[in-house]
Design a protein around this ligand. Structure first.
Ligand SMILES: *Cc1c(COP(=O)(O)O)cnc(C)c1O
Length: 386
């Protein structure tokens, strides 16, 4: 079945909800049992027993994400960061070692360098483009290879199948943060990944009004992951599951529009004299283009640019005057965003070369000509203040 059909169909049970197209919001702590036998009955997931393990609202969403991810078991937690933290904690013990891409989302590094280190887990960062060479960094106590492709802020594409093969041959579990592509444009499990993570906060929700993470695990790890994630006790709330499921239904049409807008904008920016480089894997001259073409079925709305050397006052003049692009963290909503990205402090093995300022853009669902006009006026301010 085509993914677009799954997005509409999966996790919908009108017969269980008085015929309504969408599920009800079942907010619950207590679930009442009719008798002692039901109270004492061992519960197999997904089975409603206590609100913290989810109600049918969460299970409907999990079922839909699972269908899109292509099988396995989906769990929903309270944020994308919580999904990363809990998936990693479910897989490591003190004394273990993990490998994390140097292009990982900043707060992933914060967790590895802070909590995991105190917990006795050592992290080695690796060049995101290492590919099968990851084998050379695997030690006897390496438990996890963590990937994120394209990388946060710099958008390097990873050779996920080659890395997964190298890890699997050595008994190492692979975890991937797939927030950029969503399983609509890249399917981690089909490419060999064991644990697929999404910040559902971004494109699944799609409206900048919720925080959620999903952890989808291959069947072999499902029981361990579920037990350990449940042990952390931070489920996604029923209202947010309902919103995320509502967002998911329109994911395909939104992403098609984000993709078209971002590619048009990336091409326009690549031709601007103020821009030194565009970091977008769908552009043919991007270093990650060959891998992206091989493995991905689309590109989302997030990419980076590097400007020619302009000073801070010029950059500030450009950004402060923008009218359509908002400035703020996160992305994946319907609106366009731009932020200056500070790369140097986030790299340890693949230093980012000195040069002009870098920006991260999220292209929303506005008309592209209006967005170009907003940026064109910004470039005039940039040059005037240089
Ligand atoms: C935003 C983001 C997260 C974290 O999601 P939150 O819901 O904000 O915690 C994780 N990974 C990537 C790649 C992200 O962009």
């Amino acid at each position: 079945m085509d993914d677009r059909t799954k997005l509409v169909d999966a996790g919908r049970h009108p017969e269980q909800q008085k015929g309504t197209v969408n599920p009800g919001v079942y907010r619950a702590s207590t679930i009442l049992f009719p008798n002692v036998a039901e109270f004492e009955r061992p519960r197999a997931y997904p089975d409603v027993g206590y609100g913290r393990y989810g109600t049918s609202t969460a299970f409907n969403l999990q079922e839909a994400v699972q269908a899109l991810e292509g099988g396995g078991q989906c769990l929903t937690v309270s944020s994308g960061k919580a999904a990363i933290v809990q998936a990693l904690l479910a897989l490591v013990e003190p004394g273990d070692h993990i490998l994390v891409t140097d292009s990982a989302y900043g707060p992933t590094r914060t967790f590895a360098d802070g909590f995991l280190k105190r917990f006795g887990v050592e992290t080695t960062y690796y060049d995101p483009t290492i590919g099968a060479g990851i084998a050379g960094l695997i030690r006897p106590n390496t438990r996890v290879v963590f990937m994120e492709s394209p990388g946060s802020l710099t958008f390097e594409v990873q050779d996920v199948p080659a890395m997964c093969q190298a890890a699997r041959e050595r008994g190492v579990v692979t975890v991937m943060d797939n927030t950029w592509a969503t399983p609509l444009f890249f399917k981690p499990l089909a490419h060999g990944v064991d644990v697929s993570i999404l910040a559902a906060t971004k494109y699944i929700g799609g409206h900048s009004d919720l925080l959620m993470g999903t952890i989808t695990t291959v069947p072999a790890l499902a029981d361990q992951m579920r037990a350990r994630v449940h042990d952390m006790g931070t489920p996604a709330a029923a209202d947010d599951c309902w919103l995320a499921l509502r967002g998911l239904r329109t994911l395909a049409v939104r992403l098609a529009q984000h993709q078209a807008g971002a590619i048009a904008m990336a091409e326009w920016l690549a031709a601007r004299p103020e821009v030194a480089r565009v970091m977008h894997p769908a552009l043919p001259d991007d270093p990650g283009h060959a891998l992206w073409s091989r493995d991905f079925t689309g590109a989302s709305g997030l990419f980076g640019i590097r400007l020619k050397p302009f000073g801070k006052p010029a950059l500030t003049a450009m950004l402060d005057g923008l009218e359509l692009f908002g400035m703020g963290f996160s992305w994946g909503g319907y609106e366009s965003l731009i932020i200056p990205s500070r790369l140097a402090r986030l790299r340890t093995v693949t230093p980012w070369p000195e040069g002009g300022p870098t920006l991260r853009l999220h292209i929303g669902l506005e008309a592209i000509d209006d967005l170009k006009a907003d940026l064109a006026a910004g470039f005039e301010r940039l040059k005037a203040a240089a």
